[in-house]
Design a binder for this molecule. Structure first.
Ligand code: PHE
Ligand code: ZN
Length: 869
């Protein structure tokens, strides 16, 4: 396996661009067989060095002119796909003519066709697939874009900024000219041409400007646009109130596109969304789906400041915009719904998926220092851990200083392309705090571990917490220096009261040393510590809690997150001892402490329903796997099933009581209390079915038949599909498909449900789904629904015979030539081979080696070679 196009790029080699692009005029002539792009670049020298224009395999260069003169052979050299222009005046106009075939571009990068429309995706390096350009985020320019196309086929022509001109052309064609007054990097460029419908609304900004808001889709989806429009308006308002950020143009467009590699894209004033991340309706979208859409709409909107007005100097700084923007959207979601539930969900994702990534062969710091293919670095580490890093700054500074720091950052760097250091320096300046050591969160990979022990001296009333930190080695980083870790703690007395630390119930300790002792005076009894409240840092925390202490914290901790966490710790301990027993071939009683704890939660009708549903959810198999020394997939699966069944049998009457104890009020509504009710109902239904009693099956049938919303239909369907009642499952699956076969987004939920079943039969099912009329290799949502879900299917994928690995390898090989970005993501489950027992390791490695033996894209090559290294 060797790949000459797979060069590594290093942060230390960063050089500012020799030339700026003062402005650029683009003309797109769209035709069915080919499209032409003419680009005029007004360039100006800024530094010594050569002019480098990046190119791509999808853009055939027809002609390059410098100041109207054809560029001579001797005037440039081509290095890979880049053009190095040797002799060029310090100020010049370059004209580039390229030809593209968007209809054949299956990579979904650059200009491509999705169903009947043209659209673009330029982040990170897609613009070079359209025209030769210094395609790097620190080259910011003013774009004017003219689009010409057939008027009947493409009545809607969109690009960034304001529409400045439109009109008719010969042969049934028409044109539109868009001008974006804000300087931006090429990755924020966008164009859409299609036969689209839209809904329109408006937003009046804090300074009283009216902004027109439009959401475009193909006609068949227009009934699913209202929710996202409302979410956009809520986001605009929130960003004004929480961050003082006002929208800056008179128009904001969102377009829904079916074929899209990622969730959505923040192109200036023309956000492009994967239709699955924007289209919603009660009968087709689950509550989780609505929440996700609201968060993504907010995320992309927030990028207008954190990403667009202030952008990244280079792609190593990606988390500057992504970490900060995820932090912002999580604050927004907390404010819109339940803050505790949002935190629990974020931490769950982080601890299962990001921690696993950080412990694997592609582990990298929040600011990586090298990459082969930047598309591979849109990771949970950059996004979710990056958001945790920003959150820690918020915790260390407090809300007020953090806001001052963010104001300073936006003001100082408006219109510039900057670095993570620039962001942190603003936070230092407003607070007077030294964040030098804190910067290690950006440069060192891996999940730190905190080992906490304590000591109580009754004679002096002194309590000590001893904190020891460490961080495992990660690829390329053998030794780690201590992190600056904000450790939020509270101390509870056995009677349930809380000791006040410096006037507050929670104190944030600055853990900065490898070993550190903290002393608390005036402690009247040995307290129970509540540690890492609100999950104040992305670390693994060990403290030798007894099961009694965990049960105590579950009921008495004043920190909502830690009440849930205590339950998770208790369940983990019990699940882990069951795993051990299964491995030893023994039978072990499930500790009644867990049943008692669950019973207390089920009896507590005052507890927020959504929180109750989270507390009553056992840690996932993925989380158990992440916490295992060696991942024994079968034992994990069996242990979790067993504990669930024991809980379900023991508390059957309670689950029955709580199931529909409170009927959601009237028709479906997406709001806090009814979301919580549905979550708790569906949780209870799942446990009732886990008893494997026929009467539970009746409840499933009834709920499925009566549901007026997708949360309840899916709740019932998922419960039975994941149960042993396969006949009923098949019957309902067929009914479901019959009802929804015309709705691709619903069919995707149907596909992924079947592909995620932890069972022997899943491989055969997945193979047949690939042949199903509903499947389409060109559509990433379909591929993710089947292959992505299958990779997460526990024993469904990790079969003892290794057939799951073989199968996935075949599919990756098939997909890579079509869509490298997507193929590279589908490999992930195989890359984790080191965590499994020897026999599985060998099978997974063999599958990876088979992939490695193929000619590969840079994307897949990087992931596979790093995971075999
Ligand atoms: N920048 C997008 C976001 O997080 C994600 C994205 C990356 C989309 C690359 C497309 C391509 O909001
Ligand atoms: Zn983003």
């Amino acid at each position: 396996m060797s790949q000459d196009n797979a060069k590594t790029v290093y942060l230390k080699d960063y050089q500012p661009p020799a030339f700026s692009v003062e402005s650029v005029e683009l003309t797109f002539s769209l035709f069915e067989e080919q499209c032409q792009v003419r680009s005029n670049l007004h360039i100006k020298r800024q530094h010594p060095g050569q002019l480098v224009l990046n190119g791509g395999q999808h853009a055939e260069v027809l002609r390059v002119e410098v100041n109207g003169e054809l560029l001579h052979e001797s005037g440039y050299r081509v290095s890979g796909e880049d053009w190095v222009i040797e002799a060029v005046p310090d100020e010049a106009t370059l004209t580039v003519l390229t030809q593209l075939q968007p209809q054949n571009n299956t990579t979904l990068e650059g200009l491509y066709k999705s169903s009947s429309m043209y659209c673009t995706q330029c982040e990170a390096e897609g613009f070079r697939q359209i025209t030769l350009y210094p395609d790097r985020p620190d080259v910011m320019s003013v774009f004017t874009t003219r689009i010409e196309a057939d008027k009947a086929l493409y009545p809607v022509l969109l690009s960034n900024g304001n529409l400045v001109e439109q009109g008719e052309l010969e042969n049934g064609r028409h044109f539109a000219v868009w001008h974006d007054p804000f300087r931006k990097p090429s990755y924020l460029f966008a164009l859409v041409a299609g036969d689209l419908q839209h809904i329109e609304d408006s937003f009046t900004t804090m300074s009283g400007r009216a902004v027109t808001l439009r959401l475009y889709t193909e006609a068949r989806n227009i009934s699913k646009t209202e929710f996202a429009m409302g979410a956009l308006q809520r986001s605009m308002k929130w960003d004004e109130e929480a961050y003082g950020r006002e929208y800056d143009l008179d128009l904001f467009n969102i377009v829904a596109v079916d074929d899209f590699n990622m969730g959505a894209m923040e192109n200036k004033s023309l956000n492009i969304f994967n239709s699955s991340c924007v289209l919603a309706r009660a009968d087709t979208t689950t509550d989780a789906g609505f929440q996700r859409i609201e968060a993504i709409v907010a995320h992309e909107y927030f990028h207008n400041w954190s990403g667009n007005r202030v952008t990244c100097r280079d792609w190593f700084q990606l988390s500057l915009k992504e970490g900060f923007t995820v932090f912002r959207d999580s604050q927004f979601s907390s404010d819109m719904g339940s803050a505790a539930v949002k935190r629990i969900e974020d931490v769950t994702l982080l601890r299962t998926a990001q921690f696993a990534e950080d412990a694997g062969p592609t582990s990298h710091p929040v600011r990586p220092d090298n990459y082969m293919e930047i598309s591979n670095f849109y990771t949970l580490t950059i996004y979710e851990k990056g958001a945790e890093v920003v959150r820690m700054i918020h915790t260390l500074l407090g809300a007020e200083l953090f806001r001052q720091g963010s104001d300073l950052y936006f003001e100082r760097f408006d219109g510039q392309a900057v670095t993570c250091d620039d962001f942190v320096r603003c936070m230092e300046e407003v607070s007077g705090r030294d964040l030098t050591q804190f910067m290690r969160w950006y440069t060192q990979a891996g999940t730190p571990r905190l080992q906490v022990t304590d000591e109580y001296d009754a004679a002096t009333g002194t309590y000590y917490l001893d904190v020891r930190q460490s961080c495992p080695a990660t690829p390329g980083q053998e030794q780690k220096l201590p992190f600056h870790i904000p450790l939020a703690v509270g101390l509870l007395y056995p009677d349930g009261t809380e000791h006040h630390l410096q006037g507050d119930s929670t104190l944030v300790l600055d853990v900065t040393e490898a070993e550190q002792r903290f002393m608390f005076k005036g402690i009247t009894q040995r307290p129970i510590p509540s540690l890492l409240r609100g999950f104040s840092a992305p670390v693994k925390l060990d403290y030798p809690y007894s099961r009694e202490e965990l049960s105590f914290l579950m009921s008495h901790d004043t920190d909502g997150f830690n009440r849930w966490e205590a339950g998770q710790r208790l369940a983990m301990a019990i699940l882990q001892e069951q795993i051990g027993a299964i491995q030893a071939g023994e039978e072990l009683e499930v500790d009644p402490a867990l049943i008692a704890a669950f019973e207390r939660v089920l009896d507590d009708t005052d507890l927020d329903y959504a929180v109750a549903a989270k507390v009553l959810t056992l840690p996932s198999e993925a989380y158990l796997a992440e916490n295992a020394q060696v991942i024994d997939v079968e034992a994990i699966h069996q242990a979790r099933r067993r504990v669930r069944k024991v809980l379900a049998d023991a508390l059957c009457a309670r689950f029955r009581e709580r199931y529909h104890a409170t009927e959601p009020d009237g028709v479906y509504a997406f709001h806090g209390s009814s979301i919580g009710q549905r979550a708790l109902n569906n949780l209870c239904l799942g446990y009732l079915l886990a008893t494997e009693r026929e009467e539970a099956l009746e409840l499933v049938r009834q709920q499925y038949a009566e549901a007026d919303n997708m949360t309840d239909s899916m709740g019932a369907l998922a419960a039975v599909v994941h149960s042993p009642f396969t006949t009923v499952a098949d019957e309902l699956l067929e009914q479901f498909y019959g009802r929804w076969s015309e709705d691709a987004l619903v069919v995707n939920q149907w596909l992924s449900l079947q592909a995620s079943v932890a069972g022997e039969g899943t491989l055969a099912k997945v193979q047949s789904l690939l042949q199903h009329a509903a499947f389409d290799w060109r559509n990433p949502n379909k591929v993710r629904s089947v292959l992505g879900a299958y990779g997460q299917s526990s024993v469904g994928f990790h079969r003892a015979d290794g057939a799951g690995y073989e199968f996935l390898a075949d599919q990756v090989i098939h997909l890579d030539p079509m869509n490298p970005q997507l193929a590279s993501r589908m490999v992930t489950p195989l890359t984790r081979w080191r965590r499994y027992p020897a026999a599985r390791q060998a099978q997974m490695r063999a599958a990876l080696e088979r992939i490695a033996a193929q000619p590969l894209s840079k994307d897949v090559y990087e992931i596979v070679s790093k995971s075999l290294a």
